[in-house]
Design a protein around this ligand. Structure first.
Ligand code: ADP
Ligand code: ASP
Ligand code: MG
Length: 469
């Protein structure tokens, strides 16, 4: 026996069907059989979260037939996975899956009757993805000869605030998670926690934002003070660019917490932007590993990073579907109160600001926001700001960012980025550099994002191994 503890998180692809779940369980079992205490955290089966969101929208718009068809298809998918993982038709797991689909159907019917989908009811509906996949992982672990117990996020102790759709853990979460999970583990049972979800103090189900299972895993990792958190992925780890966009993207061996946060914030979908925050406080390393190549080291994320000489930039990322909101007019000129009122209005709406720029004459403020928040932002600004100002949206934009702590104090990095963009005929709409010098971001036309990503990746030689000189 040894006393090491790991949290292992399995994403949607790793939970895609019975075979994928069986393989994921075998990865956890490998460590458990070596005496490591493992907490397993799971995402919904691939595609289920999007399906739940879309069926909830269908119910809200009155199309209950479509919503019910989708629920029936989901039920079949979960039943067949359970059956392939050895569950008998009259087993507890099959009964549980049936009951959850029934509750889901009722919740969706409520949305249909009211023609109202609040963030609270959306969270209740969307969290069923993870609640349904957790029992499947328990089955697969049991097939490996292990004892397992599945828990919802709330049952595992994750308490959050009431920001439905984007909830944050409350301070007392950590103590609760520790109590509940050590209770299960001390009986020799492996906990399987439904990721992405938590619960308010009143017991309402919340979700932690898209990709939130990464966050669940690190919250649990901090609570238990584990040795490491491992996030199993369908890629080699964090890559120098999205491998779907740039074919020669390479794995990054080591990143600091700060670097990975910037990468995730600027669109690298591989990790939830807040996932490393609990680990940062307790200095617990995170590893991103490829489930199809488990012996490959993947990416190690911890407090420090290594900077290869001649490689100031580690990765290039992009956020699509962005809008620029331009606030202009003589009223902005030299009046700090106007600028203050812009930010107050934004803060009230809880909109994520991707970039901000103000011209030096102060006659213009531009904000980059996700397009889905643009209307809300426009409304808030038109109502909330003072003076004779024009507020306009420019949709169809993308934000491209280069990230790497090696660019701190280095000259010529932005010049290289702009030259690469200019040579590809990509027009730059807005520029920003964080004072931490961990990133430089630019707003460009959305239709040019893949071309620009490839050009910048190439300009910094990110597709090639560093040659020592
Ligand atoms: P999981 O369900 O395991 O969390 P995700 O689909 O959320 O998996 O994240 C993994 C995906 O993120 C990859 O398949 C890849 O296409 C995408 N991705 C985007 N940018 C990057 C990047 N820089 N490095 C690695 N993967 C990236
Ligand atoms: N299933 C959720 C999502 O698709 C959470 C996650 O996968 O991390 O966003
Ligand atoms: Mg993810």
């Amino acid at each position: 026996m040894n006393d090491s503890q790991l949290v292992m998180k399995f994403g949607g692809t790793n939970m895609g069907d019975a075979n994928a779940i069986r393989h994921s369980a075998s990865l956890a079992a490998r460590s458990i059989k070596q005496g490591v205490h493992v907490v397993v955290v799971v995402s919904a089966m691939a595609g289920v979260t999007n399906q739940l969101l879309s069926l909830a929208d269908a119910a809200q718009s009155g199309d209950i037939a479509r919503a019910n068809d989708e629920i029936a298809a989901m039920r079949t998918r979960h039943f067949s996975a359970a059956q392939e993982l050895g569950a008998a038709p009259d087993s507890e797991t099959v009964r549980e899956i049936r009951e959850m689909h029934e509750t889901l159907r009722q919740a969706v019917y409520g949305v249909y009757l009211l023609r109202e989908l609040t963030p609270r009811s959306r969270d209740l509906i969307v969290a069923f993805g993870e609640r349904l996949s957790a029992p499947l992982m328990s089955l697969a672990l049991e097939q490996q000869g292990l004892r397992a117990k599945h828990l919802t996020g709330g049952e595992a102790g994750i308490l959050t605030d009431t920001h439905f759709g984007n909830a944050r853990p409350l301070a007392n979460t950590y103590e609760r998670v520790k109590d509940r999970l050590t209770g299960v583990m001390s009986a020799g049972v492996t906990p399987v926690v439904a990721g992405f979800m938590g619960e308010t103090e009143k017991g309402a189900i919340t979700t932690l934002g898209r990709g939130g299972t990464d966050f669940s895993a690190t919250i649990i990792g901090k609570a238990l003070g584990v040795d490491e958190v491992w996030a199993w992925k369908d890629v080699d780890g964090v890559m120098s660019a999205d491998p779907r966009v740039v074919k020669d993207a390479r794995n990054i061996e080591v990143l600091s917490y700060g670097e990975v946060m910037e990468l995730a914030y600027f669109g690298a979908k591989v990790l939830h932007p807040l996932a490393v925050t609990p680990l940062q406080e307790s200095q617990i390393p995170l590893r991103l590993k490829n489930s199809t190549d488990p012996d490959f080291a993947g990416t190690l994320v911890h407090a420090s990073t290594t900077n290869e000489p001649g490689r100031p930039v580690k990765a290039v990322t992009a956020i699509r579907n962005v809008s620029l909101i331009n606030v202009q007019g003589a009223g902005v000129l030299g009046v700090p109160e106007v600028v203050a009122s812009v930010f107050t209005a934004i803060a009230r709406e809880n909109v994520t600001l991707l970039m901000v720029s103000q011209s030096s004459s102060m006659s213009n403020v531009s904000l980059a926001v996700p397009s889905m928040d643009a209307e809300r932002t426009l409304r808030a600004l038109r109502e909330g700001i003072t003076g004779e100002l024009k507020v306009e949206e420019q949709p169809g934009v993308a934000v491209l960012a280069i990230v790497g702590s090696g660019m701190r104090g280095q000259r010529g990095v932005s010049a290289k980025m702009f030259t690469a963009l200019a040579q590809s005929d990509v027009n730059v709409l807005m520029i920003s550099q964080g004072s931490s010098e961990l990133n430089i971001s630019v707003a460009i036309d959305g239709s040019e994002v893949d071309l620009a990503t490839a050009a910048v990746h190439n300009a910094f030689n990110l597709g090639q191994a560093v040659v020592a000189n």
